[in-house]
Design a protein around this ligand. Structure first.
Ligand code: NAD
Length: 485
């Protein structure tokens, strides 16, 4: 085992969980055992909650301009330790080192946004009657929770930690049991940056601890990022306990390619979108709809896909089960009559035989009723469907229950606008394969890709992590008499 067993992080200290139950943390790159992670219990959660509750008293009263100083320092620590954090991220998640570097750079951008929050939460004040002022302030909620998935071990925790904490909340973070290591490093960096003990706490585990979070009366809000199946469970259970909840789910993102698209650029973007992070991005292109004759562009996509080599410029998928699931989708599509143009099954990386690699896979002549057309595969696979018109393509996109992202590749601005207006997804790209909005724009899908109001990052997150206090004041009763005096 390469690293010491993972511990919870409570009140600024790494501590053992009360539970004896653990899971192995395996590196997808080579199958080696990295560590063991505890499956924490409701009792562990209670200890984290008491620490967070105690810390909230002074953290919530610390002026926001002081609170964000921690994040200015945290940003420089992320920059200092970027390489080390990126290596850990690749090791536990399986993505390439370059992808992990990009992930930590995104953490830095998210932190920069949090340092700008004092400029955005100034509130409002107005003299509403003679001598009477109304004022609104954004105030923190209290102890909040953030439950995160495996595919971005550092970025998704940083979607919530900087904003929620800079806005004055104290947090309990529940990392993915598959990738618990980066979160420990993030906690250590925040402590070094001067975050007071108890403001951020970490409890590791799986279903039991997530259920305890949803049920605990001391937690005011729960944010969740993961699959739609679990997003629904968490959203329902947290709101049933009267908590504010925002639960981001899975995706099936459609790229529409029109015959006037620039072939080389389109092919590179499609191939990069479907294979980046081994297709394990909620923004990855998973289905492509060729409108009219785009055969030459499909040839180029195959050319680009063949340049993507497992173990070189393509990372591993998270587990053996995941590899088997992805490969069975490809086999099923083949049996149903689809044509496998580039086949990533049975990929092997020399010297890393226990790694879990799937090569880039391009499947053509997929029909909308096939599983590869409808379901989230979460691997480096693109399923190509063909239509004669843009409206037919939109009908396929609109019929899918998810709604995270959609993109169009065209040189026709009017057609691009037509598709932006009609695609049923929260984030739309034009000639962009992975249309992730950068800060300060907020991130969030529609339909079964998100449950709850608002988005998780950017300006929209202010509404989620705060509540409004409205005060009405009068200091000089003699200054006037009206219906409110
Ligand atoms: P997951 O839903 O299996 O797990 C997410 C979290 O929920 C983990 O912390 C896990 O421990 C916990 N969990 C798992 N099963 C649970 C259960 N039955 N009850 C309570 N908690 C449970 O997701 P994952 O496999 O870690 O991540 C991949 C998924 O996340 C994909 O579907 C992907 O699209 C999605 N995702 C979505 C976004 C987005 O912004 N919409 C971003 C990243 C990932």
């Amino acid at each position: 085992m390469k690293y010491a067993p993972v511990q919870n992080y409570i009140n600024g200290t790494f501590v053992n969980s009360g539970s004896q139950r653990t899971l192995d943390v395996i590196s997808p790159l080579d199958g080696n055992l990295l560590s063991k992670v505890p499956m924490s219990t409701a009792k562990d959660l209670d200890a984290a909650l008491q620490a967070a509750k105690a810390a909230f008293v002074s953290w919530s009263r610390t002026p926001i301009k002081e609170r964000v100083q921690v994040f200015f320092r945290y940003k420089t620590l992320l920059e200092r330790d970027l390489k080390q954090l990126a290596e850990l991220c690749s090791e536990e998640n399986g993505k390439t080192f370059g992808e992990s570097v990009a992930e930590i750079e995104k953490c830095i951008e998210l932190t920069e946004f949090a340092t700008s929050l004092p400029q955005l939460v100034t509130g409002e004040i107005l003299e509403v009657s003679k001598g009477v002022e109304c004022r609104t302030e954004h105030v923190p909620l209290g102890v909040v929770a953030s439950i995160v998935p495996f595919n971005f071990p550092a970025m998704v925790p940083n979607w919530t930690i900087p904003n929620a904490i800079a806005l004055g909340n104290c947090m309990i973070l529940k990392p993915s049991e598959k990738v618990p290591l980066c979160c420990g490093k993030i906690a250590a960096l925040l402590k070094e940056a001067g975050l007071p003990d108890g403001v951020l706490n970490i409890v590791h585990g799986d279903v039991e601890i997530v259920e305890a979070i949803c049920d605990h009366p001391g937690i005011e809000a729960v944010s969740f990022v993961g699959s739609t199946k679990v997003a629904k469970i968490v959203y329902q259970r947290a709101t049933q306990h009267y908590k504010r909840a925002l639960a981001l789910g899975g995706a099936k993102n459609h790229l529409m390619v029109l015959p006037d698209a620039i072939p080389g650029m389109t092919a590179q973007n499609v191939a990069a979108s479907m294979s980046g992070c081994a297709g394990q991005r909620c923004m990855a292109a998973s289905a492509m709809i060729g409108v009219g004759n785009v055969d030459s562009i499909i040839d180029k996509i195959c050319e680009e896909a063949r340049k993507i080599i497992p173990g070189e410029n393509l990372g591993a998928v998270i587990s053996k089960e995941s590899k088997e699931r992805i490969e069975s989708y490809i086999t099923e599509a083949e049996k149903q009559g689809a044509k496998i143009l580039v086949d990533g099954r049975n990929a092997n990386v020399k010297g890393k035989e226990n790694g879990t690699y799937v090569g880039p896979t391009v499947i053509d002549y997929v029909t909308p009723n096939m599983s590869v057309a409808k379901e989230e595969i979460f691997g480096p696979v693109i399923s190509i469907m063909r239509t004669n018109t843009v409206d037919e393509a939109l009908a396929i996109e609109n019929a899918n229950p998810y709604g995270n992202a959609a993109s169009v590749f065209t040189q026709n601005g009017g057609m691009a606008r037509y598709i932006i207006d009609r695609a049923s997804a929260g984030m739309i790209g034009v000639n962009v394969g992975v249309p992730v909005p950068r800060e300060p724009f907020s991130f969030g899908g529609w339909n079964e890709s998100k449950f709850g109001v608002g988005d998780i990052t950017g300006k929209s997150s202010i509404e989620f992590w705060t509540k409004l206090k409205k005060s009405t004041t009068k200091w000089n009763p003699e200054s006037g008499v009206n219906w409110m005096s």
